[in-house]
Design a protein around this ligand. Structure first.
Ligand code: TXA
Ligand code: MG
Length: 315
Protein backbone atom coordinates (compact mmCIF):
# COMPACT_ATOMS: atom_id res chain seq x y z
CA UNK A 1 0.00 0.00 0.00
CA UNK A 2 1.25 3.51 -0.85
CA UNK A 3 1.43 5.64 2.27
CA UNK A 4 2.92 8.80 3.74
CA UNK A 5 2.68 7.38 7.25
CA UNK A 6 6.22 7.54 8.62
CA UNK A 7 5.18 6.24 12.05
CA UNK A 8 3.58 3.14 10.53
CA UNK A 9 6.74 2.51 8.52
CA UNK A 10 8.97 2.78 11.60
CA UNK A 11 6.69 0.45 13.52
CA UNK A 12 6.83 -2.20 10.80
CA UNK A 13 10.63 -1.96 10.71
CA UNK A 14 10.73 -2.36 14.50
CA UNK A 15 8.73 -5.56 14.11
CA UNK A 16 11.31 -6.92 11.68
CA UNK A 17 9.21 -6.28 8.57
CA UNK A 18 10.25 -4.78 5.22
CA UNK A 19 9.15 -1.34 4.03
CA UNK A 20 9.78 0.28 0.64
CA UNK A 21 11.34 3.72 1.07
CA UNK A 22 12.27 6.55 -1.28
CA UNK A 23 15.88 7.58 -1.70
CA UNK A 24 17.30 10.19 -4.08
CA UNK A 25 18.66 7.43 -6.36
CA UNK A 26 15.93 4.74 -6.62
CA UNK A 27 13.39 3.32 -4.18
CA UNK A 28 14.79 0.77 -1.73
CA UNK A 29 13.28 -2.25 0.01
CA UNK A 30 14.39 -1.63 3.59
CA UNK A 31 14.75 -3.79 6.68
CA UNK A 32 16.66 -3.63 9.99
CA UNK A 33 20.30 -4.17 8.94
CA UNK A 34 21.19 -5.59 12.35
CA UNK A 35 18.61 -8.38 12.17
CA UNK A 36 19.39 -11.40 10.00
CA UNK A 37 15.76 -12.54 10.09
CA UNK A 38 14.50 -9.14 8.90
CA UNK A 39 17.15 -9.00 6.19
CA UNK A 40 16.23 -12.52 5.04
CA UNK A 41 12.77 -11.21 4.15
CA UNK A 42 14.32 -8.77 1.64
CA UNK A 43 15.87 -11.66 -0.28
CA UNK A 44 12.58 -13.57 -0.27
CA UNK A 45 10.43 -10.64 -1.40
CA UNK A 46 12.84 -9.65 -4.17
CA UNK A 47 13.56 -13.20 -5.21
CA UNK A 48 17.18 -12.22 -4.86
CA UNK A 49 20.00 -14.76 -4.60
CA UNK A 50 21.75 -14.54 -1.23
CA UNK A 51 25.17 -14.20 -2.89
CA UNK A 52 24.24 -10.63 -3.87
CA UNK A 53 25.15 -8.33 -0.92
CA UNK A 54 22.98 -5.44 0.31
CA UNK A 55 23.82 -1.79 0.88
CA UNK A 56 23.44 -0.48 4.44
CA UNK A 57 21.98 3.02 4.87
CA UNK A 58 22.82 5.36 7.75
CA UNK A 59 21.23 8.61 8.95
CA UNK A 60 24.55 10.38 9.60
CA UNK A 61 28.10 10.14 8.29
CA UNK A 62 29.34 10.22 11.88
CA UNK A 63 27.57 6.87 12.52
CA UNK A 64 29.83 4.98 10.12
CA UNK A 65 32.34 4.23 12.88
CA UNK A 66 29.73 2.18 14.73
CA UNK A 67 29.61 -0.41 11.92
CA UNK A 68 33.10 -0.61 10.40
CA UNK A 69 36.58 -1.52 11.66
CA UNK A 70 38.48 0.81 9.33
CA UNK A 71 37.75 4.00 7.41
CA UNK A 72 40.62 4.73 4.97
CA UNK A 73 41.61 8.36 4.46
CA UNK A 74 40.38 8.47 0.84
CA UNK A 75 37.05 6.92 1.83
CA UNK A 76 36.68 9.57 4.48
CA UNK A 77 37.41 12.31 1.96
CA UNK A 78 34.73 10.95 -0.36
CA UNK A 79 32.24 10.68 2.49
CA UNK A 80 32.95 14.26 3.57
CA UNK A 81 32.41 15.42 0.03
CA UNK A 82 29.45 13.39 -1.20
CA UNK A 83 27.43 12.27 1.86
CA UNK A 84 24.55 12.57 2.16
CA UNK A 85 24.22 11.50 -1.47
CA UNK A 86 24.46 8.80 -4.15
CA UNK A 87 27.77 7.25 -3.06
CA UNK A 88 28.31 3.81 -1.49
CA UNK A 89 31.62 3.00 0.20
CA UNK A 90 32.76 -0.60 0.66
CA UNK A 91 34.37 -0.84 4.11
CA UNK A 92 35.40 -3.64 6.49
CA UNK A 93 32.37 -4.48 8.64
CA UNK A 94 32.31 -5.22 12.33
CA UNK A 95 30.28 -8.07 13.80
CA UNK A 96 27.15 -6.00 14.43
CA UNK A 97 26.33 -6.42 10.73
CA UNK A 98 25.02 -9.95 10.07
CA UNK A 99 26.88 -11.98 7.43
CA UNK A 100 23.69 -12.30 5.40
CA UNK A 101 23.81 -8.55 4.64
CA UNK A 102 27.22 -8.90 2.97
CA UNK A 103 26.70 -12.39 1.55
CA UNK A 104 29.51 -13.55 3.81
CA UNK A 105 31.99 -10.94 2.55
CA UNK A 106 34.17 -9.20 5.15
CA UNK A 107 33.20 -5.78 3.74
CA UNK A 108 29.93 -3.92 3.81
CA UNK A 109 28.55 -1.31 1.40
CA UNK A 110 27.49 1.81 3.30
CA UNK A 111 25.78 4.97 2.23
CA UNK A 112 24.09 8.01 3.78
CA UNK A 113 21.14 8.86 1.54
CA UNK A 114 20.12 12.43 0.94
CA UNK A 115 16.35 12.06 0.48
CA UNK A 116 14.65 13.83 3.43
CA UNK A 117 12.15 11.00 4.03
CA UNK A 118 14.90 8.37 3.96
CA UNK A 119 16.90 10.37 6.49
CA UNK A 120 13.89 10.94 8.71
CA UNK A 121 12.95 7.26 8.80
CA UNK A 122 16.58 6.35 9.56
CA UNK A 123 16.65 8.90 12.35
CA UNK A 124 13.43 7.72 13.92
CA UNK A 125 14.26 4.03 13.52
CA UNK A 126 17.64 4.68 15.10
CA UNK A 127 19.38 1.75 13.43
CA UNK A 128 20.88 1.22 9.97
CA UNK A 129 18.64 -0.06 7.18
CA UNK A 130 19.71 -2.61 4.61
CA UNK A 131 18.04 -1.75 1.32
CA UNK A 132 18.50 -2.97 -2.23
CA UNK A 133 16.53 -1.40 -5.07
CA UNK A 134 12.84 -2.24 -4.62
CA UNK A 135 12.37 -4.30 -7.77
CA UNK A 136 12.10 -7.99 -8.50
CA UNK A 137 15.66 -9.29 -8.88
CA UNK A 138 17.06 -8.45 -12.32
CA UNK A 139 14.24 -6.09 -13.25
CA UNK A 140 14.05 -2.34 -13.87
CA UNK A 141 14.75 -0.27 -10.75
CA UNK A 142 11.76 1.76 -9.46
CA UNK A 143 11.96 5.55 -9.28
CA UNK A 144 8.43 6.23 -8.02
CA UNK A 145 6.24 4.65 -5.33
CA UNK A 146 3.85 3.54 -8.10
CA UNK A 147 6.70 1.66 -9.81
CA UNK A 148 7.44 -0.13 -6.53
CA UNK A 149 3.82 -1.16 -6.32
CA UNK A 150 4.04 -2.67 -9.81
CA UNK A 151 7.21 -4.57 -8.86
CA UNK A 152 6.48 -5.69 -5.30
CA UNK A 153 2.95 -4.51 -4.48
CA UNK A 154 1.69 -7.95 -3.59
CA UNK A 155 4.45 -8.74 -1.13
CA UNK A 156 5.35 -5.53 0.72
CA UNK A 157 2.81 -4.11 3.14
CA UNK A 158 3.92 -0.47 3.08
CA UNK A 159 5.45 1.68 0.36
CA UNK A 160 6.44 5.08 1.69
CA UNK A 161 5.67 7.61 -1.03
CA UNK A 162 8.36 10.26 -1.34
CA UNK A 163 7.70 11.30 -4.94
CA UNK A 164 9.94 10.76 -7.96
CA UNK A 165 13.64 10.09 -7.31
CA UNK A 166 15.85 13.05 -8.14
CA UNK A 167 18.94 11.17 -9.34
CA UNK A 168 17.12 8.25 -10.98
CA UNK A 169 19.99 5.74 -11.12
CA UNK A 170 21.70 3.88 -8.27
CA UNK A 171 24.62 5.11 -6.18
CA UNK A 172 28.22 4.92 -7.37
CA UNK A 173 30.02 2.16 -5.44
CA UNK A 174 33.68 2.63 -4.46
CA UNK A 175 35.83 -0.07 -2.81
CA UNK A 176 39.40 0.16 -1.50
CA UNK A 177 41.16 -3.15 -2.22
CA UNK A 178 44.70 -2.90 -0.77
CA UNK A 179 43.99 0.79 -0.27
CA UNK A 180 43.43 1.44 -4.00
CA UNK A 181 40.15 3.24 -4.68
CA UNK A 182 38.16 1.29 -7.25
CA UNK A 183 34.73 2.00 -8.70
CA UNK A 184 32.67 -1.22 -8.63
CA UNK A 185 29.53 0.33 -10.09
CA UNK A 186 29.13 3.59 -11.98
CA UNK A 187 26.16 5.55 -10.71
CA UNK A 188 24.83 8.89 -9.54
CA UNK A 189 28.28 10.45 -9.05
CA UNK A 190 30.58 10.34 -12.07
CA UNK A 191 34.14 8.97 -12.05
CA UNK A 192 35.34 12.45 -13.00
CA UNK A 193 33.79 13.99 -9.86
CA UNK A 194 35.27 11.29 -7.65
CA UNK A 195 38.71 11.82 -9.18
CA UNK A 196 38.46 15.55 -8.48
CA UNK A 197 38.37 14.67 -4.78
CA UNK A 198 40.82 11.74 -4.38
CA UNK A 199 42.75 11.55 -7.67
CA UNK A 200 42.88 8.60 -10.06
CA UNK A 201 40.59 5.68 -9.31
CA UNK A 202 40.40 2.28 -10.98
CA UNK A 203 37.23 1.09 -12.70
CA UNK A 204 36.35 -2.53 -12.19
CA UNK A 205 34.64 -3.37 -15.43
CA UNK A 206 32.13 -5.89 -14.18
CA UNK A 207 30.07 -3.86 -11.73
CA UNK A 208 27.34 -6.24 -10.67
CA UNK A 209 29.20 -9.41 -11.53
CA UNK A 210 30.70 -11.49 -8.79
CA UNK A 211 32.87 -14.46 -9.65
CA UNK A 212 30.22 -16.67 -8.08
CA UNK A 213 27.52 -15.17 -10.24
CA UNK A 214 28.60 -15.02 -13.87
CA UNK A 215 25.10 -15.44 -15.28
CA UNK A 216 23.78 -12.45 -13.40
CA UNK A 217 25.13 -9.85 -15.76
CA UNK A 218 22.88 -10.14 -18.79
CA UNK A 219 19.72 -10.12 -16.73
CA UNK A 220 20.20 -6.95 -14.75
CA UNK A 221 17.86 -3.94 -15.08
CA UNK A 222 16.10 -5.93 -17.78
CA UNK A 223 12.81 -4.98 -19.39
CA UNK A 224 10.49 -7.83 -20.39
CA UNK A 225 10.76 -6.81 -24.04
CA UNK A 226 13.90 -7.43 -26.06
CA UNK A 227 16.23 -4.43 -25.91
CA UNK A 228 18.82 -3.72 -28.54
CA UNK A 229 21.58 -1.23 -27.86
CA UNK A 230 22.83 0.61 -30.95
CA UNK A 231 25.78 2.91 -31.47
CA UNK A 232 25.19 4.61 -34.81
CA UNK A 233 22.54 6.67 -36.58
CA UNK A 234 22.78 4.24 -39.49
CA UNK A 235 21.57 1.41 -37.23
CA UNK A 236 18.88 3.72 -35.90
CA UNK A 237 17.56 4.34 -39.41
CA UNK A 238 17.59 0.63 -40.23
CA UNK A 239 15.48 -0.20 -37.18
CA UNK A 240 12.95 2.60 -37.64
CA UNK A 241 9.66 0.69 -37.84
CA UNK A 242 6.31 0.88 -36.03
CA UNK A 243 7.05 -2.34 -34.06
CA UNK A 244 10.13 -0.78 -32.47
CA UNK A 245 10.30 1.84 -29.72
CA UNK A 246 13.33 4.14 -29.49
CA UNK A 247 14.97 5.42 -26.32
CA UNK A 248 17.30 8.20 -27.45
CA UNK A 249 18.71 11.65 -26.70
CA UNK A 250 19.53 14.86 -28.54
CA UNK A 251 17.67 16.15 -31.54
CA UNK A 252 17.58 13.10 -33.81
CA UNK A 253 14.54 12.59 -36.04
CA UNK A 254 12.79 9.38 -35.04
CA UNK A 255 9.30 9.78 -36.51
CA UNK A 256 9.10 6.24 -37.95
CA UNK A 257 9.28 4.40 -34.62
CA UNK A 258 6.16 3.09 -32.86
CA UNK A 259 7.12 5.05 -29.76
CA UNK A 260 9.94 7.48 -29.04
CA UNK A 261 11.17 8.71 -25.67
CA UNK A 262 13.92 11.30 -25.37
CA UNK A 263 16.15 10.96 -22.28
CA UNK A 264 17.40 14.51 -22.74
CA UNK A 265 16.96 16.64 -25.80
CA UNK A 266 19.61 19.12 -24.61
CA UNK A 267 22.06 16.28 -23.85
CA UNK A 268 22.07 16.98 -20.15
CA UNK A 269 23.14 13.61 -18.69
CA UNK A 270 21.86 14.39 -15.22
CA UNK A 271 18.43 14.87 -16.74
CA UNK A 272 18.90 11.67 -18.78
CA UNK A 273 19.68 9.71 -15.60
CA UNK A 274 16.58 11.04 -13.87
CA UNK A 275 14.47 9.90 -16.83
CA UNK A 276 16.26 6.64 -17.54
CA UNK A 277 14.49 3.90 -15.54
CA UNK A 278 11.17 5.74 -15.77
CA UNK A 279 11.32 5.81 -19.58
CA UNK A 280 12.67 2.27 -19.85
CA UNK A 281 9.70 1.09 -17.82
CA UNK A 282 7.27 3.18 -19.89
CA UNK A 283 8.71 1.63 -23.04
CA UNK A 284 8.36 -1.85 -21.56
CA UNK A 285 4.72 -1.17 -20.70
CA UNK A 286 3.88 0.29 -24.13
CA UNK A 287 2.66 -1.71 -27.10
CA UNK A 288 5.88 -1.75 -29.13
CA UNK A 289 7.42 -5.20 -29.60
CA UNK A 290 11.07 -4.33 -29.23
CA UNK A 291 13.05 -1.56 -27.60
CA UNK A 292 15.96 0.09 -29.36
CA UNK A 293 18.26 2.29 -27.28
CA UNK A 294 20.88 4.69 -28.62
CA UNK A 295 24.13 4.49 -26.68
CA UNK A 296 25.14 7.72 -24.95
CA UNK A 297 28.60 9.33 -25.14
CA UNK A 298 31.07 7.73 -22.69
CA UNK A 299 31.31 10.73 -20.41
CA UNK A 300 30.23 11.67 -16.90
CA UNK A 301 27.03 10.16 -15.60
CA UNK A 302 26.11 9.05 -19.17
CA UNK A 303 28.57 6.17 -18.72
CA UNK A 304 26.50 4.89 -15.83
CA UNK A 305 23.44 4.87 -18.10
CA UNK A 306 25.38 2.99 -20.81
CA UNK A 307 26.44 0.43 -18.21
CA UNK A 308 22.83 -0.22 -17.33
CA UNK A 309 21.75 -0.32 -20.99
CA UNK A 310 24.41 -2.91 -21.76
CA UNK A 311 23.16 -5.14 -18.99
CA UNK A 312 19.50 -4.49 -19.83
CA UNK A 313 20.01 -5.48 -23.46
CA UNK A 314 18.91 -8.88 -24.60
CA UNK A 315 17.40 -10.08 -27.87
O1 TXA B 1 21.40 3.80 -4.85
C1 TXA B 1 21.51 2.68 -4.37
O2 TXA B 1 22.62 2.19 -4.12
C2 TXA B 1 20.21 1.90 -4.12
C3 TXA B 1 19.43 2.63 -3.04
C4 TXA B 1 18.22 1.87 -2.59
O3 TXA B 1 20.26 2.95 -1.97
N1 TXA B 1 20.52 0.57 -3.72
C5 TXA B 1 20.97 -0.39 -4.60
O4 TXA B 1 21.07 -1.65 -4.08
O5 TXA B 1 21.23 -0.15 -5.75
P1 TXA B 1 21.19 -2.97 -4.98
O6 TXA B 1 21.01 -4.09 -4.05
O7 TXA B 1 20.24 -2.90 -6.09
O8 TXA B 1 22.64 -3.01 -5.45
C6 TXA B 1 23.62 -3.32 -4.50
C7 TXA B 1 24.89 -3.77 -5.16
C8 TXA B 1 25.09 -5.28 -5.13
O9 TXA B 1 24.46 -5.92 -6.22
C9 TXA B 1 26.59 -5.38 -5.21
O10 TXA B 1 26.99 -5.33 -6.54
C10 TXA B 1 27.06 -4.13 -4.48
O11 TXA B 1 25.96 -3.28 -4.38
N2 TXA B 1 27.52 -4.43 -3.12
C11 TXA B 1 26.84 -4.34 -1.97
N3 TXA B 1 27.57 -4.72 -0.92
C12 TXA B 1 28.78 -5.05 -1.42
C13 TXA B 1 29.97 -5.56 -0.84
N4 TXA B 1 30.09 -5.76 0.45
N5 TXA B 1 31.00 -5.80 -1.66
C14 TXA B 1 30.91 -5.57 -3.00
N6 TXA B 1 29.78 -5.11 -3.61
C15 TXA B 1 28.75 -4.86 -2.83
MG1 MG C 1 19.32 -3.28 -7.87
Amino acid sequence: MLSQDLQAAVKLLQHGECVAIPTETVYGLAADATSASAVAKIFTIKNRPTFDPLIVHLAESADVFKWVTDFPEKAKKLADHFWPGPLTLILPKNNLIPDLVTSGLPNVGIRVPEHPLAREILRQFGKPLAAPSANQFGRISPTTAQDVEKELGGSVSLILDGGACRVGIESTIVAFPEGNPTILRLGGISQERIEEVIGKVALENRPHARPQAPGQLAEHYAPRKPLRLIKTLLELKQLETAENGILYWGEHLVGGFGKSLNLSERKNWTEAATNFFKMLREMDESNVEKIVALELPEEGIARAINERLRRASHQ
